[in-house]
Design a protein around this ligand. Structure first.
Ligand SMILES: [Zn+2]
Length: 251
Protein backbone atom coordinates (compact mmCIF):
# COMPACT_ATOMS: atom_id res chain seq x y z
CA UNK A 1 0.00 0.00 0.00
CA UNK A 2 1.18 3.49 -0.84
CA UNK A 3 2.02 5.48 2.28
CA UNK A 4 3.13 9.01 3.08
CA UNK A 5 5.55 10.24 5.72
CA UNK A 6 5.28 13.85 6.90
CA UNK A 7 8.27 15.11 8.88
CA UNK A 8 7.37 17.69 11.51
CA UNK A 9 9.99 19.65 13.44
CA UNK A 10 7.69 20.23 16.43
CA UNK A 11 4.46 18.84 17.80
CA UNK A 12 2.07 20.96 15.70
CA UNK A 13 3.90 21.88 12.48
CA UNK A 14 2.35 19.26 10.19
CA UNK A 15 -1.18 19.88 11.45
CA UNK A 16 -0.68 23.62 10.95
CA UNK A 17 0.87 23.31 7.51
CA UNK A 18 -0.49 20.08 6.01
CA UNK A 19 -3.48 19.02 8.12
CA UNK A 20 -5.89 19.25 5.18
CA UNK A 21 -3.79 17.07 2.87
CA UNK A 22 -3.11 14.53 5.63
CA UNK A 23 -6.84 14.22 6.29
CA UNK A 24 -7.65 13.90 2.59
CA UNK A 25 -5.03 11.17 2.14
CA UNK A 26 -6.14 9.09 5.13
CA UNK A 27 -9.80 9.57 4.18
CA UNK A 28 -8.97 8.08 0.77
CA UNK A 29 -7.10 5.13 2.24
CA UNK A 30 -3.46 6.20 2.19
CA UNK A 31 -1.53 5.37 5.36
CA UNK A 32 0.08 8.50 6.81
CA UNK A 33 2.77 8.72 9.46
CA UNK A 34 3.63 12.03 11.09
CA UNK A 35 7.17 11.92 12.42
CA UNK A 36 7.93 14.67 14.92
CA UNK A 37 11.61 15.26 15.53
CA UNK A 38 11.91 17.46 18.62
CA UNK A 39 9.95 15.74 21.37
CA UNK A 40 12.76 15.01 23.88
CA UNK A 41 12.26 15.24 27.64
CA UNK A 42 13.27 18.70 28.82
CA UNK A 43 14.88 17.73 32.16
CA UNK A 44 16.58 20.75 33.74
CA UNK A 45 16.33 23.57 31.21
CA UNK A 46 19.05 26.22 30.96
CA UNK A 47 18.12 29.68 32.23
CA UNK A 48 17.46 31.98 29.28
CA UNK A 49 15.19 34.85 28.24
CA UNK A 50 13.75 32.58 25.55
CA UNK A 51 12.56 29.95 28.02
CA UNK A 52 11.08 32.65 30.25
CA UNK A 53 9.18 33.86 27.22
CA UNK A 54 7.84 30.37 26.44
CA UNK A 55 7.03 29.29 29.98
CA UNK A 56 6.60 32.55 31.85
CA UNK A 57 8.37 32.39 35.17
CA UNK A 58 7.02 28.97 36.11
CA UNK A 59 8.96 25.91 34.90
CA UNK A 60 6.66 23.23 33.48
CA UNK A 61 8.43 19.88 33.93
CA UNK A 62 5.63 18.01 32.14
CA UNK A 63 5.70 20.41 29.17
CA UNK A 64 6.69 17.85 26.55
CA UNK A 65 4.34 15.19 27.96
CA UNK A 66 1.43 17.59 27.60
CA UNK A 67 2.43 18.39 24.05
CA UNK A 68 2.78 14.72 23.13
CA UNK A 69 -0.73 14.00 24.44
CA UNK A 70 -2.04 16.90 22.35
CA UNK A 71 -0.33 15.39 19.32
CA UNK A 72 -1.85 11.94 19.86
CA UNK A 73 -5.32 13.50 19.76
CA UNK A 74 -4.49 15.68 16.76
CA UNK A 75 -3.15 12.69 14.80
CA UNK A 76 -6.23 10.67 15.75
CA UNK A 77 -8.48 13.35 14.24
CA UNK A 78 -6.40 13.34 11.05
CA UNK A 79 -6.29 9.55 10.85
CA UNK A 80 -2.48 9.56 10.97
CA UNK A 81 -0.01 7.52 12.99
CA UNK A 82 2.31 9.59 15.20
CA UNK A 83 5.98 8.81 15.74
CA UNK A 84 7.89 10.93 18.25
CA UNK A 85 11.69 11.12 18.02
CA UNK A 86 13.33 12.24 21.24
CA UNK A 87 15.57 15.08 20.06
CA UNK A 88 15.66 18.24 22.19
CA UNK A 89 13.84 21.39 21.12
CA UNK A 90 16.23 24.30 20.30
CA UNK A 91 15.53 26.48 23.38
CA UNK A 92 16.61 23.59 25.62
CA UNK A 93 19.83 22.67 23.83
CA UNK A 94 23.12 23.74 25.40
CA UNK A 95 26.75 23.94 24.42
CA UNK A 96 27.41 20.58 26.05
CA UNK A 97 30.02 20.81 28.75
CA UNK A 98 28.40 23.79 30.40
CA UNK A 99 24.77 24.76 30.62
CA UNK A 100 25.04 27.77 28.34
CA UNK A 101 22.00 27.77 26.04
CA UNK A 102 22.71 27.44 22.32
CA UNK A 103 19.74 29.65 21.51
CA UNK A 104 19.13 32.05 24.41
CA UNK A 105 16.94 34.58 22.61
CA UNK A 106 14.18 34.73 20.04
CA UNK A 107 16.61 36.36 17.62
CA UNK A 108 19.07 33.45 17.88
CA UNK A 109 16.22 30.95 17.42
CA UNK A 110 15.42 32.44 14.02
CA UNK A 111 18.84 32.35 12.43
CA UNK A 112 21.27 29.86 10.96
CA UNK A 113 21.78 26.76 13.16
CA UNK A 114 24.84 26.74 15.42
CA UNK A 115 27.84 24.69 14.25
CA UNK A 116 27.34 22.65 17.41
CA UNK A 117 24.10 21.37 15.87
CA UNK A 118 25.94 19.68 12.97
CA UNK A 119 26.19 16.52 15.09
CA UNK A 120 22.47 16.73 15.78
CA UNK A 121 21.76 17.08 12.05
CA UNK A 122 23.64 13.84 11.36
CA UNK A 123 21.79 12.04 14.15
CA UNK A 124 18.40 13.18 12.78
CA UNK A 125 19.37 12.08 9.26
CA UNK A 126 20.37 8.66 10.58
CA UNK A 127 17.00 8.19 12.27
CA UNK A 128 15.12 9.33 9.17
CA UNK A 129 17.13 6.95 6.98
CA UNK A 130 15.54 4.07 8.92
CA UNK A 131 12.14 5.23 7.64
CA UNK A 132 13.09 5.30 3.99
CA UNK A 133 10.99 2.88 1.99
CA UNK A 134 10.34 2.78 -1.74
CA UNK A 135 6.56 2.85 -1.34
CA UNK A 136 6.40 6.10 0.66
CA UNK A 137 6.21 9.75 -0.30
CA UNK A 138 8.12 12.10 1.97
CA UNK A 139 7.18 15.64 3.01
CA UNK A 140 9.56 18.13 4.64
CA UNK A 141 9.31 21.75 5.82
CA UNK A 142 10.75 24.51 3.63
CA UNK A 143 12.04 26.25 6.73
CA UNK A 144 10.16 29.50 6.04
CA UNK A 145 10.64 31.86 8.97
CA UNK A 146 14.18 30.50 9.52
CA UNK A 147 13.49 28.70 12.80
CA UNK A 148 16.72 26.77 13.40
CA UNK A 149 14.86 23.51 14.05
CA UNK A 150 12.92 23.80 10.79
CA UNK A 151 16.14 24.45 8.86
CA UNK A 152 17.83 21.44 10.49
CA UNK A 153 14.88 19.20 9.59
CA UNK A 154 14.82 20.44 5.99
CA UNK A 155 18.56 19.78 5.67
CA UNK A 156 18.27 16.31 7.21
CA UNK A 157 15.34 15.41 4.92
CA UNK A 158 17.23 16.60 1.85
CA UNK A 159 20.21 14.50 2.87
CA UNK A 160 18.07 11.37 3.19
CA UNK A 161 15.13 11.64 0.79
CA UNK A 162 16.16 13.86 -2.15
CA UNK A 163 15.15 13.87 -4.92
CA UNK A 164 11.95 12.09 -3.89
CA UNK A 165 10.83 14.89 -1.64
CA UNK A 166 7.92 17.27 -1.39
CA UNK A 167 8.22 20.48 0.62
CA UNK A 168 5.48 22.22 2.57
CA UNK A 169 5.22 25.89 3.53
CA UNK A 170 5.71 26.37 7.27
CA UNK A 171 2.54 27.87 8.71
CA UNK A 172 2.11 30.36 10.38
CA UNK A 173 5.58 31.67 9.45
CA UNK A 174 4.64 31.79 5.77
CA UNK A 175 2.02 34.44 6.59
CA UNK A 176 4.80 36.91 7.33
CA UNK A 177 7.65 35.99 5.04
CA UNK A 178 7.58 39.41 3.38
CA UNK A 179 8.10 41.22 6.68
CA UNK A 180 10.47 38.61 8.13
CA UNK A 181 12.99 39.28 5.35
CA UNK A 182 12.80 35.73 4.05
CA UNK A 183 16.21 34.19 3.35
CA UNK A 184 15.18 30.56 2.91
CA UNK A 185 15.16 29.45 -0.72
CA UNK A 186 12.34 27.61 -2.42
CA UNK A 187 13.84 24.65 -4.31
CA UNK A 188 13.43 24.31 -8.03
CA UNK A 189 10.41 22.14 -8.59
CA UNK A 190 6.72 22.14 -9.32
CA UNK A 191 4.60 24.16 -6.92
CA UNK A 192 1.04 23.00 -6.54
CA UNK A 193 -1.92 23.84 -4.37
CA UNK A 194 -3.85 21.27 -2.40
CA UNK A 195 -7.38 22.71 -2.47
CA UNK A 196 -9.22 21.70 0.70
CA UNK A 197 -12.85 20.71 0.71
CA UNK A 198 -14.89 21.72 3.82
CA UNK A 199 -14.43 18.30 5.44
CA UNK A 200 -10.65 18.44 5.21
CA UNK A 201 -10.47 22.12 6.21
CA UNK A 202 -12.62 21.50 9.29
CA UNK A 203 -10.49 18.48 10.23
CA UNK A 204 -7.35 20.58 9.85
CA UNK A 205 -8.70 23.30 12.15
CA UNK A 206 -9.87 20.74 14.71
CA UNK A 207 -6.45 19.06 14.65
CA UNK A 208 -4.68 22.39 15.24
CA UNK A 209 -6.99 23.25 18.15
CA UNK A 210 -5.77 20.08 19.91
CA UNK A 211 -2.48 21.87 20.65
CA UNK A 212 -3.82 23.84 23.58
CA UNK A 213 -0.38 24.76 24.95
CA UNK A 214 0.54 26.38 21.62
CA UNK A 215 -2.63 28.33 20.81
CA UNK A 216 -1.83 31.32 23.10
CA UNK A 217 1.71 31.60 21.68
CA UNK A 218 0.70 31.23 18.03
CA UNK A 219 -2.74 32.83 17.81
CA UNK A 220 -3.84 34.29 21.15
CA UNK A 221 -7.00 32.23 21.40
CA UNK A 222 -8.95 29.41 19.72
CA UNK A 223 -11.36 31.62 17.77
CA UNK A 224 -8.50 33.61 16.31
CA UNK A 225 -6.72 30.34 15.38
CA UNK A 226 -9.73 29.06 13.44
CA UNK A 227 -10.30 32.46 11.81
CA UNK A 228 -6.70 32.85 10.68
CA UNK A 229 -6.46 29.31 9.31
CA UNK A 230 -9.65 29.77 7.28
CA UNK A 231 -8.54 33.17 6.01
CA UNK A 232 -5.11 31.88 4.97
CA UNK A 233 -6.66 29.01 3.01
CA UNK A 234 -8.95 31.53 1.26
CA UNK A 235 -6.06 33.89 0.51
CA UNK A 236 -3.78 31.19 -0.92
CA UNK A 237 -6.35 28.81 -2.39
CA UNK A 238 -5.19 25.92 -0.22
CA UNK A 239 -2.03 24.32 1.16
CA UNK A 240 0.98 24.96 -1.07
CA UNK A 241 3.65 22.35 -1.79
CA UNK A 242 6.77 22.11 -3.93
CA UNK A 243 7.52 18.71 -5.39
CA UNK A 244 11.08 17.87 -6.48
CA UNK A 245 10.29 14.65 -8.33
CA UNK A 246 7.10 13.49 -10.05
CA UNK A 247 5.01 11.21 -7.84
CA UNK A 248 1.51 9.86 -8.20
CA UNK A 249 0.13 10.30 -4.69
CA UNK A 250 -1.64 13.61 -5.27
CA UNK A 251 -2.60 13.05 -8.91
ZN1 LIG B 1 7.91 24.34 14.51
Amino acid sequence: MKTAVFVSPHLDDVALSCGGLVHRLTRQGTGVMIVTIFTGEVGSPPASPLIEHIWGLTPLPDWIDRRRIEDFESCRLLGATPLHLAFLDAPFRTHGRNDTPLYPTGESLFSQPSEVDQILLEAIANRLANLKATESDFYAPLGLGSHVDHILVRNACEQVFSPDLTYYEDYPYVENIATLGQTVQYPTGAMYIEVLNPTDLNAKIASVLCYETQIPLLFGNRDEAAHRLRRWMLDTGGERYVRLAPTTICA
